[in-house]
Ligand binder design. Structure first.
Ligand SMILES: NC(=O)c1ccc[n+]([C@@H]2O[C@H](COP(=O)([O-])OP(=O)(O)OC[C@H]3O[C@@H](n4cnc5c(N)ncnc54)[C@H](O)[C@@H]3O)[C@@H](O)[C@H]2O)c1
Ligand SMILES: Nc1ncnc2c1ncn2[C@@H]1O[C@H](COP(=O)(O)OP(=O)(O)OP(=O)(O)O)[C@@H](O)[C@H]1O
Length: 432
């Protein structure tokens, strides 16, 4: 195999089919649709027979020594479902050689194919600076950009109180209309901190329009745009193209002990940061049985467990000792909260798994699940929480690109690895 690798590295694959004496033409045939031995375009299911090049040249005895390479085919599956969509996009396995064809995650650019018409502005409540900015932004979007503007009912009341001219601003009467918003809205603008981005994401139980988050909070990991330059920022976003971060969400379902199967659940929650299962007001340790695709992972005995997205890795999970992960990395962080054990290190699980957290019948107390820090749900003995990657990410516009914005946020927001630079004068390794 080593010789074969080196031959391939030189771009000179010394491979021949037994039936065919003409190497070159046969290899070229293989890259076409079908070969006569039944070799498909994508993958092999006939036998390739390879001859080792060095043994050819080194020894006459070995001249006809033939090495068979076992054929195989790769297929992709998850929870029993077949889904080959990644196959040739991401990994090629031509002629039995597995090679990365494409990255599964890349910097993403959004280019409008028709002009955006409708914008939804979501604002942090009870903030004077947010209210002032909202008034200016609505006016500018309507008068200069001729866009339809939606706001929440509370904000519409505030705007109309400011001036009756704002009667053109649209809103909704009851919450059931929120479920149709994604079909009307081209762009969402948030004015607030990270909590307002979480709020915006939580309004969309399915697909989410691109979000442009303006920073009017204190931290702002997910809010790269500065309100002072809102006209320039929005001009360039409306013109496009823009870099976006596709932030993964987790789909969380509570399955009660009384449910007949795991599909009989209450309304699922979609979280952008994390779902937390903790001891709530109980003074006992949580006792949580954790499974990953039906394999037992561990029992959490401590204050609780955080299942976080990579976007949420800089939030609660970070405070509980989890790693910071670039938001474009797909995965589920499994971070314990104050585990009563010396050896419980946080894990990062792959995106395709389903995590199941169960409160066992011998648990001393129930547990509580909360979703992006909200909507507490009691988990009694026998209840479970299922958590998997949701099919609807949250696209947030980047100031520069997802990597630059992420690094800037950990430097500016957390002062990550800030240390005085060591002075130049002093001992040095001159003789090394
Ligand atoms: N010990 C902790 O660190 C702790 C405890 C509870 C909740 N939280 C976080 O608060 C979030 C809810 O946020 P909120 O604004 O509604 O509540 P909040 O007003 O209590 O703010 C919590 C803080 O977390 C920050 N934050 C939120 N998402 C973040 C992210 N992805 N990366 C970095 N920082 C982030 C916010 O900027 C804010 O400073 C939860 O999802 C949870 O992650 C953290
Ligand atoms: N449109 C909204 N309606 C109701 N609640 C909201 C809305 N926007 C934000 N919130 C809530 O307000 C709280 C504070 O929001 P946010 O985090 O954006 O501001 P902040 O606390 O000033 O920012 P930071 O946390 O960065 O200091 C959050 O809990 C969030 O859920």
């Amino acid at each position: 195999m080593a010789e074969q690798f080196s031959a391939e590295k030189n771009g000179d694959i010394d491979c021949e089919r037994v039936k065919n004496s003409d190497n070159q033409s046969m290899l070229q045939n293989e890259s076409n649709e079908y070969s006569e031995t039944g070799c498909m375009k994508h993958g092999i299911w006939s036998h390739e027979v390879l001859r080792d090049r060095e043994s050819d040249s080194n020894s006459n005895a070995d001249r006809n020594k033939i090495m068979r390479k076992a054929s195989f085919k790769l297929s992709w599956w998850c929870n029993g479902e077949n889904g080959d969509q990644h196959k040739h996009d991401i990994v090629s396995f031509e002629r039995g050689n597995i090679t990365t064809a494409e990255r599964s995650s890349k910097q993403i650019s959004l280019k409008w194919e028709s002009d955006p018409q409708t914008v939804l502005i979501l604002t942090k409540p009870n903030s004077v600076s947010v209210r002032i900015l909202c008034v200016q932004m609505v006016r500018w979007l309507r008068e200069r950009k001729k866009l339809n503007v939606y706001v929440e009912p509370r904000v519409k009341v505030e705007l109309v109180a400011e001036s009756s001219n704002f009667s053109y601003v649209q809103t909704w009467k009851d919450d059931s209309e929120i479920s149709h918003l994604h079909m009307k809205v081209d762009l969402v603008i948030t004015l607030g901190g990270d909590g307002t981005v979480l709020w915006a994401a939580s309004m969309f139980k399915g697909p989410v329009p691109p979000i442009v988050p303006f920073s009017l909070g204190s931290l702002g990991f997910m809010t790269p745009f500065h309100s002072e330059h809102f006209k320039d920022c929005l001009d360039s976003v409306l013109r496009g193209p823009i870099s976006i971060t596709l932030r993964h969400r987790l789909l969380c379902r509570v399955v009660r002990d009384a449910a007949k199967n795991e599909y009989e659940t209450e309304e699922p929650f979609l979280v952008l940061n994390e779902v937390t299962i903790d001891r709530g007001i109980s003074s006992y340790l949580t006792n949580l049985e954790c499974y990953c695709d039906n394999s037992f992972v561990t029992c959490v005995q401590g204050d609780g467990l955080i299942l976080s997205t990579t976007s949420g890795s800089t939030a609660y999970s970070l405070a509980a000792g989890g790693s910071m992960v670039h938001p474009q990395v797909p995965g589920i962080l499994f971070t314990p909260i104050c585990p009563h054990s010396l050896s419980f290190r946080p894990l990062i699980l792959p995106e395709h798994v389903t995590v199941r957290i169960m409160v066992p019948f011998n648990s001393r107390s129930p547990a509580w699940a909360s979703f992006d820090g909200k909507d507490r749900k009691l988990l009694a003995a026998g209840d479970a929480l299922l958590c998997s990657m949701a099919p609807w990410p949250v696209p947030t516009a980047c100031q520069v690109d997802s990597t630059n914005d992420f690094l800037r946020s950990i430097h500016d927001g957390l002062h990550w690895n800030l240390r005085k630079t060591q002075s130049f004068d002093g001992p040095r390794d001159r003789d090394l």
